[in-house]
Design a protein around this ligand. Structure first.
Ligand code: MOS
Length: 764
């Protein structure tokens, strides 16, 4: 039965009210105590072999007969006006099928062409021209034959500089304000006040698979293979830009090499590929290279933050004030740095003021727990300083100010086991049993802790179908993407568990709009918490139908039958038949179960939590910092697959270490040119950089989230890693570093009390 319900939908802490259509009745919730056989156990990825043998087909692997290659010419300047552009030589090169600039882009035939091809380029990497050619090397040669003259204009890239300029007020967005209680009163009540300022750098996603699409037309139907976190977002964007109905567009993302927040939209490469394919009547492939990727697809925002925290002598926090600047690039969004300041602690008086600053850099975009990674670094570093001022154990201070209800809405949490996570982590890292600091010649080892809070409760809309074939094989159909997290495997576990059929009999088909099963974007840590319950509901529906069939074939009341381990049992425990036998006797048919994600229970705040403990070793002679151990303890509700849980946490922690120690976009302050848009100069963590990581979880029962009791795990592991390392470093060297990343030069300079070399390159 179809029901329309109104529900609050949350994505990364932003809420909207939506009507949604659900089907079926709510199922009894699963919990770690439900005695599940397949869910909650480690299952290797169902697509692991396909990935390591190279047979898994990513967008980058799609090559079609007669395919045309598209390449963009991009601006070398951060801000410039094109005074002259001549593409005739490029057009004349044999093998070139078209060159497009702002002058003729309209002929490509899509809506936003003038927004993609501009005469005034406003960041390095902005699109100047497009070449379409019969192969990649011809396209690259043609790019070099396009004659462009630029009139360079003054770029503005530094938000702090812009805030001081009277002429740049139109570049400032906000303030975005949040306030509760009485801040002044809170600080007046405080015995101790800590005031600190922090800077965080822009970080680049560096997905293994760069952004890219391959588009082709079958008659008037468009098919697009693309590396995306949301096939439906891409489809609606294409429909709008190309002016064709959604039903004529198929978007496919079968395998995908990461997104981390940078692949929610269609991107100009997709729209241009589709438009060009229509124009030429041939497939068109546009795949960005690493430098383009790092210049033109967005980044985690650079921030400048001031934090002020007041507390009573006994440690109770009375007031928190956060002011932040967010470098949003050309036209990005102001990520919510204030999340942790608002939500982490039981504190009656809180104020957050955020300003976005527009600069001549690419628009910033979502990046794994956007805002919270940056804001948690500032807040949790400041809280650590507060503990020092109070002469308290920083873990005790956190537990003392623990929020038992959501401080923003005063709602109950659907579940919260952060306290247990802190205690488990403390045990594992030896917080109390081992010395906090150990000196060994020029090397010092020390430990630090930080907490993390995030979202990831998921919600509707999410729809799935579960089909059981006459041979007992199961196909789960959805359209959500597996961006590398193990979604296929987890959904197969859920379907098998609910059906009572073997895990190995389930195949999951996803990442394809042709299913027309509305599915969430793979982001906001919501995929499993949104999609999993829909798959369970669909499996439940299919199971009901199987039992109905058995009931009719064997003339037994349906209520007296259950399915376990592939067999149908009577209520007295005897076997009626195997599912294979039942279906085998019925000829060719299949059962289709349908399932929809139920709305979240009203009145509860669904958050995920983590406790991060770091042990670092500092070489005081070189400033080199190594993370020896990182214990990452999560409350993400019930864990469906401990193996994929572990790989999510390891990935997030490693990304967090990269952010803390090495990563950072370096921009020349004068020219606005990015100095390190490649993996040679932009340092992501390598295997040899990473010490021992201990991913683990506490598993609270959560009857209020969804029928699985699961919350997300995609983003929580990266939050809190940088401040845990920062706090360990502070413990080791006695000096607080307030600017990320903690490069050897910065650490060395801090130890020696000297200023790092002045340079024109800035982390922006
Ligand atoms: Mo994310 S930043 O929701 O992929």
């Amino acid at each position: 039965m179809v029901k329309v319900v109104k529900t609050r939908v949350e994505f990364e802490g932003r809420f909207r009210d939506e009507y949604t259509v659900v089907e079926g009745e709510p199922l009894e919730g699963w919990s770690p105590k439900s005695g599940l056989k397949i869910v909650g156990r480690p299952h290797p990825r169902v697509d692991g072999a396909a990935k390591v043998t190279g047979s898994a087909k990513y967008t980058h692997d799609v090559y079609l007969p007669g395919m045309v290659y598209g390449k963009f010419l991009r601006s070398p300047y951060a801000h410039a006006k094109i005074t002259h552009i001549d593409a005739s030589e490029a057009e004349g090169l044999p093998g070139v099928l078209g060159v497009y600039t702002y002058k003729n882009a309209a002929t490509l035939g899509f809506g936003g062409a003038e927004k993609v091809f501009k005469q005034e380029v406003t960041y390095q990497g902005d699109v100047v021209a497009l070449v379409l050619a019969q192969d990649e090397s011809v396209a690259e040669d043609a790019l070099e034959l396009i004659r462009v003259e630029y009139e360079p204009l003054r770029p503005l890239v530094d938000p702090e500089e812009i805030m001081g300029l009277d002429s740049s007020k139109d570049r400032i967005v906000g303030p975005k304000l949040y306030e509760r209680g009485d801040l002044e009163k809170g600080f007046a009540e405080a015995d101790v006040i800590v005031e600190e300022s922090f800077k965080t750098q822009a970080a680049l996603h560096n997905c293994m698979e760069t952004h890219g699409s391959v588009a082709h037309w079958e008659g008037d139907n468009l098919v697009v293979h693309t590396s995306t976190q949301s096939v439906f977002n891409v489809r609606s964007a294409l429909s709008e830009e190309l002016g064709i109905p959604q039903s004529k567009i198929r978007v496919v993302s079968e395998f995908m090499g990461g997104g981390f927040g940078s692949k929610f939209g269609a991107g100009e490469y997709t729209v241009v590929a589709a438009a060009a394919a229509r124009l030429l009547g041939r497939p068109v492939r546009i795949v960005l290279d690493r430098v383009e990727e790092n210049l033109a697809t967005g980044n985690r925002s650079q921030t400048v933050q001031w934090v002020k925290i007041g507390a009573k002598r006994d440690g109770r926090i009375t007031a928190i004030h956060l002011k932040g600047l967010v470098n949003v690039g050309e036209d990005g969004w102001v990520a919510d740095l204030g999340g942790p300041a608002k939500m982490m602690y039981h504190c009656p008086n809180v104020k957050v003021e955020l300003y976005g600053v527009k600069t001549n850099l690419v628009s910033s975009t979502a990046f794994r727990a956007p805002g919270y990674v940056e804001g948690d670094f500032a807040l949790e570093s400041a809280v650590d300083e507060l503990a020092r001022r109070l002469n308290m154990d920083p873990l005790e201070l956190r537990l003392l100010n623990y929020a038992t209800r959501d401080p923003v809405t005063n709602s109950e949490y659907s579940s919260k086991a952060l306290r247990e996570a802190y205690l488990k982590g403390a045990e594992l890292i030896g917080w109390r049993s081992e010395p906090r600091v150990v000196r060994d010649g020029a090397k010092i080892r020390a430990k630090g802790v930080a907490g993390a809070i995030w979202w990831g409760g998921g919600g509707p809309p999410a729809y799935a179908e579960v089909k059981v074939n006459a041979d007992g094989g199961v196909t789960v159909l959805t359209a959500t993407q597996d961006i590398g997290t193990g979604t296929r495997t987890a959904l197969a576990q859920i379907a098998a568990e609910e059906l009572g059929l073997p895990f190995s009999s389930v195949r999951v088909v996803l990442g394809d709009t042709i299913t027309e099963l509305r599915s969430p974007g793979s982001g906001g840590s919501q995929t499993l918490a949104s999609m999993g319950p829909a798959v369970r509901a669909a499996a439940h529906d299919a199971k009901n139908q199987l039992l109905e069939i058995a009931s009719q074939v064997y003339d037994v009341a349906k209520e007296r039958l259950t399915i376990r381990e592939g067999s149908i049992f009577r209520s007295d425990g005897s076997v009626l038949c195997s599912v294979g036998e039942l279906l085998g006797n019925l000829g060719d048919f299949s059962v289709t179960g349908r399932g929809a994600r139920e709305p979240n229970q009203e009145g509860y705040m669904v958050n995920t939590f983590a406790a991060q403990f770091a042990e670092v070793e500092v070489d005081t002679e070189t400033g080199t910092l190594r993370v020896l151990r990182l214990v990452s303890v999560h409350d993400s509700g019930m864990v469906v697959n401990p193996l994929t849980f572990t790989s999510q946490v390891e990935g997030g922690v490693i990304m967090g270490m990269g952010y803390a120690l090495w990563e950072g976009r370096l921009v020349d302050g004068e020219s606005g040119v990015v100095i390190n848009p490649n993996l040679n100069d932009y340092l992501v963590a390598r295997c040899s950089d990473v010490g021992e990581i201990t991913p683990t979880y506490v598993e609270p029962e959560d009857p209020h989230t969804n029928s699985l009791g699961v919350k997300g795990i995609g983003e929580p592991p990266i939050i809190g890693v940088a401040p845990a390392i920062a706090n360990a470093l502070r413990e080791a060297i006695g000096v607080r570093l307030r600017e990320l990343p903690f490069t050897p030069e910065r650490v060395y300079s801090a130890i020696k009390g000297i200023n790092p070399r002045p340079t024109t390159a800035k982390y922006l």
